[in-house]
Structures are given as C-alpha cells and as structure tokens.
Design a binder for this molecule. Sequence first.
Ligand code: 3MF
Ligand code: MG
Ligand code: MG
Length: 385
Amino acid sequence: DFTPTPADRFTFGLWTVGNTGRDPFGEPTRAPLSAPYIVQKLAGLGAYGVNLHDNDLVPIDASAAGRDRIVAEFREALSDHGLVVPMATTNLFSDPAFKDGAFTSADAHVRAYALQKTMRSMDLGAELGAHTYVFWGGREGTEVDAGGKLLSALGWFRDSLNFLAEYSESQGYGYRFALEPKPNEPRADIFLPTVGSALGFIGTLDRPELFGVNPEFAHETMAGLNFAHAVAQALDAGKLFHIDLNDQKMSRFDQDLRFGSENLKGAFTLVKLLEDSGYDGPLHFDAHALRTEDEEGVWAFARGCMRTYLILKEKARQFNADPEIQAALAEYHRADDELAALSRFTPGNAAALKDRTFDRAALGRRGLGLEHLDQLTNDLLFGVR
Ligand code: 3MF
Ligand code: MG
Ligand code: MG
C-alpha cells in the first residue's frame, strides 16, 4: 500500500521539513519545528534517517556547553525513535562572512575560517554516525568576473577539499565526500555548475576515490539538463555517493518541489534507473512544502515524496515484467553476436570491419518503435495497463 518503512532508506534534511516558508520576497508562513520533534515525526512517517547542516541543529553562536546539550537531546531523540543520520554537511552559505564564497573566497581569512567551520561540522557529523559528507558550494561563485579569480578559485577549492579529506582520514572518520553541483542561485554563477563538471574536478583531487557526487533533480533541471542522464553518468563512473530528490520547473528559480510533483515521467525514469542500477545509498528528499502550507501540509508533503517514489518503484517493476513492453525493447535493442565480436579491437577485426558491406539505406529505413514503446510507458504510468 506504498507505506514507507526504514528499509526503503528515505531521508529528509532538518532544513527540508523544517523550512518555514521564507522566500526572498516574504516572511515565514510557518513556525519553526524543533529538531527532536522533526525526528519523532519523520520516524512516525516511516523514514530511515535525517540529515543536517551544522547550524540546522547548533546555532552558529552557541557556546560549547550549549552545543553539547543540543547534540545530546538530538541523539536521545534519534535513539528513542530509531532514526539515523547518514549524511552531514556544513552551512557555508547563510553567514555574511561567506557572501563571496567559502573555500573560494578571495579573502584568505574567509577560506581558513571555512576550513575551521567544516572540520568542526565534520566532528559533529561523525559524532552522529554520518558516513557521507556533502559539499554544496552555494556561495562558491561570482557575479563580477572582473575580480579575476576564476582559475585561482578552482585551486583554492581543490586545496580545501584535499585538506578536509586528509582531516577525515587523520581522525578515522572514514567519510565519503559528495560534491553537489548547482548552476546558480544564490550566486549568479556557481563554480562546478553541473554533475559533469564535478566529476571532471574530482579527477584532479589528491584522493579521488574518497569523492563522488550528490546530484539534485532541481539543480540539473535549472541548468536545462536531463537529471536522469546526469545520474547515469555518475553511476557509470561509480560516483553516485548520495542523491537529492525533489522537482523543479525548467528555467526557473530554485523551487525544491515535492518529488514527482512536476515532471512525473522524469521522476519515473530516475526511479527506474536507480532501482535497476542497484544503487543502495540513501534516498534523500531535498525539498520543502509550498509556502501556502501549514504544518499539516508539511507532513502531507513528506508523505507524498515517499509515496510517489514507492509508486514509481512499483511501476518500474511492472515495466520490467510487462511482456509487450519487453518485446518493444527487444525490437529496439537489435543485437548481433558476430558484430559484437568484430567490435573488439584487433588488427584483424579492424581490417574485417573496414571491408564489410553495410546496407546503409536499410539502416536508415528501419523504424525503431519508440512511439509505441513510449505510449506503452504512458499507459503504464496512467494506470490503464
Ligand atoms: C540548495 C541545496 C542545499 C544542499 C545542502 C547540502 C540547502 O539548493 O540543494 O540545500 O542540498 O546544502 O546537502
Ligand atoms: Mg537545492
Ligand atoms: Mg540539495
């Protein structure tokens, strides 16, 4: 009946269901919810875990004693309700100190402070049991490129990530790090804007094996890209360390909509890809209820994210079991054992392939049956198959 359980590995951020509805043009529409209360409610809904930025839990100006008390209360709520913290991250975007970037600020003092804040936040995450550490470089970017930091910024970013990976290893935290790309908002242009950019950058780090990506549906969509394609590239590279699920209209401000609420077919493609690939990491919803909603609407939003995922997972199972759909797929994927063998390079195969005659006109005439396959998929999603 599509009721989630912890075995489904659904997680939410404290900042997601805790979102109070503030936007650049308007004040909050909902009262804040305490972290222990969020834990209790998410557990009641069948979630597996809760993720956080350091300052979602501990205010940036908390005293050491205040911090310890808040963390102790939070840990008690986690153990009372059986929720885990699989992922932690740093808020390197809210404080005015980070207005021109954290690791890529042109100010060496800001960069050093960002390292300090992140190490402390990594300590907190480790204390809570997190194994994945996310870097969303929200302020790592520019409006004014005349500042001339485009090349230096990448070097500073690299040095910081190398430093923090060594810190994690030296402390025995065993984190796997996930870079979360976003093209813009809050900066006009954010560095490493897409999944592809992040994957390329990872190859330049000292310990690339410790780094992967945390792609977000909304972020690739804001860049005009197809999210499932980005996720496929991350999977292919063995770099899908985490994922941020939500929804988004293309070419708009960052909406963080309920999963599957806008691009249902894109959501289906994604769920099928994740399920077929055997991805076994957390399924994290980085989204929030609409500003129109009260607290009841927040939990309706959270239930809806998980329910839609589970329905689409069942649709993916039906897709894989549907004989007519499978026949259409078999028709589309024309295989040929002899040609597959020839396509493995040897000098002989290269010579044989160069000599072979292909019926080019027949290749061009062949219909692929994709209209039929796509309508079968629609019928399946509409629930009429
Ligand atoms: C912003 C985001 C971020 C990141 C978070 C780390 C505040 O668009 O997506 O959410 O996801 O900082 O996970
Ligand atoms: Mg986002
Ligand atoms: Mg995100």
